[in-house]
Design a protein around this ligand. Structure first.
Ligand code: EPU
Length: 344
């Protein structure tokens, strides 16, 4: 007998922001830690694959999922501690990320302003180390708590143990998110009391200058970030998408040098390890795919890195467009683009 909270054959179409059709064999909303522990050890459910779902804003559903989807709904946020230098702010995994960032700002704990308006949940943020405008969540994460669905224990991960890198973490690298091994329960952020704006990222600096702001407040940085995002990134509620569909490719310095000498306006960002990150959006635009559709999907007209569902798309449509874009970029620049979201 399955617990009452289990929904069989659950429709996931409204639970992924790309709006792809798919069903989960079983689905449950997780509102307490005890409920999660109960489901993980249930004899009829523990042998299944688990997938931990936030708001589905970085997820591509490839078809029906023959396992158990656990929608993380744990709520709560508070100032957990402070010392002379930092606020330690805790939030449960099911909190909406943007609402949480705005709450930190309102309460006088700045630091996360550059990450305003990123869709998704607090618990999903560390999995792919969300980032924007020169800041990544790993820069501020102090520790997190995760439930090990296999052993039934709660484990703490320090920031170092999360192994953050560009758009990835130990949770993504190990494929743990797909196996449903660890369900992130809550995250503690360490936010500096001696706040300094991180406004060095081109667009932000220019916009603050336009407004005549020399020493911005955290709120002003947040407003600027939100303004840029609203212009460039389509709202998934109005036009289904998962943000950047490809990662910005990181290439060896000699390849980057050859490309930037052939294409002087190619945005290129040197990395600490000597490699160079290139702007995938620019490559896709120059390969002719900005604003272009293939069937019911297309690459967005304001940001070529965002694949949008113009209505009724299925996974095969997404696959066809992604393949066409990758082939076009490879044919023109010799660069392989890798997808950014999680495929389930
Ligand atoms: N560009 C173009 N054409 C385009 C898009 C971009 O020429 O169609 C150029 C821009 O002019 C700019 C450069 O490419 O010179 C970079 O563009 P942008 O600042 O828009 O950022 P991005 O590299 O395309 C990354 C993140 C975004 C994040 C922004 C801002 C990845 C995969 N994406 O995009 O994250 O919001 O930087 O920091 O790293 C996401 O992960 O879903 C996401 C939206």
């Amino acid at each position: 007998m399955l617990p009452d909270c289990i929904v069989p054959k659950a429709n996931l179409a409204a639970r992924n922001t790309l709006g792809l059709p798919a069903r989960a064999e079983f689905f449950a909303s997780i509102e307490t830690r005890e409920q999660l522990a109960m489901l993980a050890r249930h004899p009829d459910l523990s042998r299944l694959h688990h997938f931990i779902l936030g708001e589905g804003s970085n997820l591509v559903l490839t078809g029906d999922f023959p396992g158990l989807v656990l929608k993380m709904e744990l709520k709560g946020r508070k100032l957990a501690d402070e010392d002379g230098d930092y606020h330690y702010v805790a939030a449960a995994a099911g909190e909406n990320w943007h609402a949480f960032t705005q709450w930190t700002l309102k309460n006088g704990y700045p630091g996360l302003e550059n990450l305003s308006l990123i869709p998704g949940t607090v618990g999903a943020a560390p999995v792919q180390n969300i980032g924007a405008y020169g800041v990544e969540v790993g820069d501020f994460l102090y520790e997190l708590e995760a439930f090990d669905c296999i052993s039934g224990e709660i484990r703490r991960f320090s920031a170092a143990e999360c192994q953050f890198a560009y758009r990835t973490s130990v949770f993504k690298q190990e494929g743990w998110h797909l196996l449903g091994r660890y369900a992130i329960l809550g995250v503690v952020f360490r936010l500096p009391k001696h706040w300094r704006p991180r406004a060095g990222y081109g667009d932000i600096e220019a916009r603050l200058q336009e407004r005549g702001i020399r020493t911005p407040t955290p709120q002003q940085v947040a407003e600027t970030v939100m303004g840029i995002r609203r212009e460039k990134l389509p709202d998934p509620v109005k036009l289904p998408n998962v943000g950047s569909f490809f990662q910005n490719p990181v290439v060896a310095q000699n390849l980057a040098a050859a490309l930037t000498s052939a294409y002087p306006d190619l945005p290129a960002y040197p990395q600490a390890d000597g490699n160079v990150k290139l702007a995938a959006g620019w490559l896709i635009e120059k390969a002719g795919w900005k604003g272009r559709n293939l069937g019911p999907v297309g690459m967005h007209e304001a940001q070529a890195l965002v694949l949008v569902n113009r209505g009724g798309a299925r996974f095969a449509d997404v696959q066809n467009l992604a393949r066409a874009v990758r082939e076009a970029v490879f044919a023109r620049f010799g660069i392989h683009l890798e997808p950014e979201p999680v495929f389930l």
